[in-house]
Design a binder for this molecule. Structure first.
Ligand code: NOJ
Length: 662
């Protein structure tokens, strides 16, 4: 009798809370290669993923620790709903024009069996190129605002994969990616790229990081192929304070058969929201130069003085050069007050030798935009108190792009860049900039997660060990393999403002530090490292009289289509991209310190058409260490039937313009 009473009572509670225990269930990718299964066992929720029957993710637990309770135990599945979706959408700018977004979805409703009977959903989406899932917290009586102390999401890998990553605490994400087995990892940032023993390529990351903390992962101490989540904390140790946004970012895994396909996955973009900017006509990708490398090489200073770079006269000189050579913008750093102390910057008051009205008037005359600059030094309150006025000021002067910067180990003296605090700030900036029709190039950012789909004024970001390290890094500069790794790691998070194309490798300030490539590789990086605002970083004097500079003056930055004919992570990569405005293709191909032969199969070209291939390749005797400068420029007639075989030097490369002429 007592048992019957207990049963009825329990049933009543479950009914009131809407909980009905469900069986485990599964969802497949549209091509049926990937299968994701979900279930609850002994009160714990788990998922696992198979590819053609083989495990990719072994059973992995899901859930949270909240400040007032545990949300990982005593769980059961109360309902499961399936749906499918297919659309294609056009990118305002990007590596392709049209993106296919086709997936099968499984929404799993989860409920605590007892106690407060809190509820959450886990939404899984399976695409042909991988999967994503996120948690959603529906409105409910016992879950108002809450604090996440830990997200317990796991990724239990099917093996001890070879992997490429940087440590979680790499300052500004500006590290060299290390190759090591997953079991040897410390806590690392995502993207984390892996190669399995049977030749699959996986990239673990996240999409749509909104009002939450960035994802990092670390191996479980007892079972090191089981990766656990570590969210970047607030200074209080709390991870996320959930108030308005009731969904987490998507946890994503790209699953590819070769490294080139990692580069073609648009999973992250598909898991972001559609564009929220109605009129996008002011969002204009372009090539730019800047009063910039001169400061890094100590020829100029940011602050005013005898070597001040950001003067009216110098800016006009750069604008003249830009106009002559097909650049749409000139970045000017060090024009505003505050550089002596790197704090309390003013974003509207200029040094007396920089006249913004005159410079922007002149820019309009010659058809070149000033690209603005806001270095905050990590002083968030100082910046936020001036931000509206600062964007309005630039807008009044016709400036439509601003580079922002957050140099300073910690924001506001307290919080990490990748914490929820940082994430909230960066979003505020993107949204404010959009109101003033300003594009953003964000340096020292939080790792990108595809927000440019929603806010296409977020053009490009740093968060990568860029070319500037070849100016001032005491370890000698970026090693030859660096740029053959970052397309497959940081590059999968979104555009990189790496700022390639240095032409003068002499470093007066630090003679042992230099660009560790040939010149032809510098050209190729303009295609390889995608950025819709793409910088040619050197001082303009160093481009004068160099015939190979031609490639940079015509290479587009907005593409209709991208293909990856050759790729091996850390060794070499060849990328071909079709211009949005013409029938022409542009190719970049690079190698690490091993010389090689590029074998470029041109079958991506239109069948039955003829193309002129204008080739910029490593010249006779080129070698990054001993002889980096020779470049040979030659022309050949080619069709889609041809393969171009071209030798590449140690840390060399090839850049090609394929012009359709018949
Ligand atoms: C570091 C940035 O990466 C660089 O581009 C900029 O010039 C300096 N900070 C100053 O803002």
């Amino acid at each position: 009798m007592k048992n019957l009473f207990n049963f009825l009572f329990l049933s009543l509670i479950l009914w009131v809370a809407g909980c009905r225990q469900a069986e485990s269930d599964q969802v497949q990718s549209p091509d049926k290669q990937l299968t994701l299964q979900v279930g609850a066992t002994e009160g714990r929720l788990y998922y696992q993923v198979l590819r053609n029957g083989q495990p990719v993710i072994r059973p992995s637990y899901l859930g949270f620790v909240l400040s007032d309770s545990d949300l990982s135990e005593d769980l059961e599945i109360s309902g499961i709903r399936h749906s499918s979706f297919s659309e294609s959408w056009d990118q305002v700018w990007g590596e392709d024009l049209t993106v296919d977004n086709t997936y099968n979805e499984m929404r799993v409703e989860v409920c605590q069996k007892e106690g407060l009977q809190r509820r959450f959903d886990v939404v899984f989406r399976l695409f042909n190129d991988g999967f994503g899932f996120r948690y959603e917290f529906p409105g409910q009586e016992h879950l108002g605002d809450f604090v996440i102390l830990d997200e317990l999401t796991e990724f239990h890998l099917a093996g001890d994969h070879r992997s490429w990553s940087i440590p979680y605490d790499t300052e500004f994400y500006e590290g060299l990616y290390r190759q090591m087995p997953v079991s040897s990892l410390d806590t690392v940032c995502t993207p984390l790229t892996m190669q399995t023993a049977d030749g699959l390529y996986l990239t673990l990351h996240e999409a749509n990081l909104t009002d939450y903390a960035a994802l990092n992962v670390h191996p479980d101490a007892a079972e090191p192929t089981r990766l656990r989540t570590y969210l970047t904390p607030w200074s209080t140790g709390e991870k996320v304070v959930v108030t308005t946004t009731r969904v987490t970012p998507w946890r994503t895994l790209i699953v590819a058969e070769n490294p080139g396909d990692l580069l073609l996955s648009r999973l992250m973009l598909n898991l972001n929201e559609p564009c929220r900017i109605e009129d996008t006509s002011w969002i204009q990708p372009g090539r730019y130069i800047g009063i910039w490398w001169g400061m890094h090489m100590k020829d100029y200073t940011w602050e005013m003085g005898p070597k001040h770079g950001a003067t009216t006269a110098n800016t006009k000189r750069y604008m003249d050069f830009a106009a002559r050579h097909g650049f749409s913008g000139v970045l000017v750093e060090g024009w505003n007050l505050g550089w002596e102390t790197w704090k309390d910057f003013s974003f509207t008051q200029s040094y007396p030798d920089f006249d913004i009205a005159e410079v922007t008037r002149y820019g309009e005359e010659v058809g070149v935009k000033l690209i603005g600059h806001h270095e905050t030094g990590g002083g968030i309150s100082n910046y936020e108190s001036q931000m509206e006025e600062a964007f309005a000021y630039y807008h009044q002067h016709g400036v439509n792009a601003v580079k922002t910067g957050y140099v300073g180990g910690i924001l506001e003296g307290r919080e990490r860049h990748s914490s929820q605090f940082g994430v909230r700030h960066y979003r505020k900036v993107i949204e404010a900039a959009a109101r003033y029709q300003i594009m953003i190039d964000n340096h020292e950012p939080v790792m990108p997660t595809g927000l440019q789909r929603t806010w296409p004024n977020l053009m490009t970001q740093e968060g990568v060990r860029g070319q500037e390290w070849d100016a001032w890094s005491r370890d000698g500069g970026n090693p030859p393999e660096h740029t053959t790794i970052i397309p497959f790691t940081r590059g999968l998070a979104g555009p990189m403002d790496f700022t390639p194309v240095t032409f003068n490798f002499t470093n007066k300030a630090l003679p042992d530090t230099r660009v560790q490539t040939t010149i032809a590789k510098q050209l190729a990086l303009f295609v390889i490292l995608y950025s819709p605002l793409q910088m040619a970083s050197d001082m303009i004097e160093n481009y004068e009289g160099r015939p190979e500079f031609e490639f940079i003056t015509v290479c587009p930055v907005n593409w209709e289509k991208t293909v990856v004919p050759e790729a091996a992570i850390g060794e070499y990569v060849t990328i071909a991209r079709k211009d949005r405005e013409s029938d022409n293709w542009f190719v970049g191909s690079i190698t690490n310190s091993d010389p090689r032969e590029m074998n470029l199969d041109l079958s991506f070209l239109d069948k039955g058409r003829k193309y002129k291939a204008r080739i910029f390749r490593d010249g006779e005797g080129a070698d990054w260490k001993t002889n980096p400068y020779p470049v040979t420029i030659e022309e050949r007639e080619v069709t889609s039937e041809d393969t171009l075989t071209i030798p590449q030097a140690s840390s060399g490369g090839t850049a090609i313009i394929l012009t359709m002429y018949d």
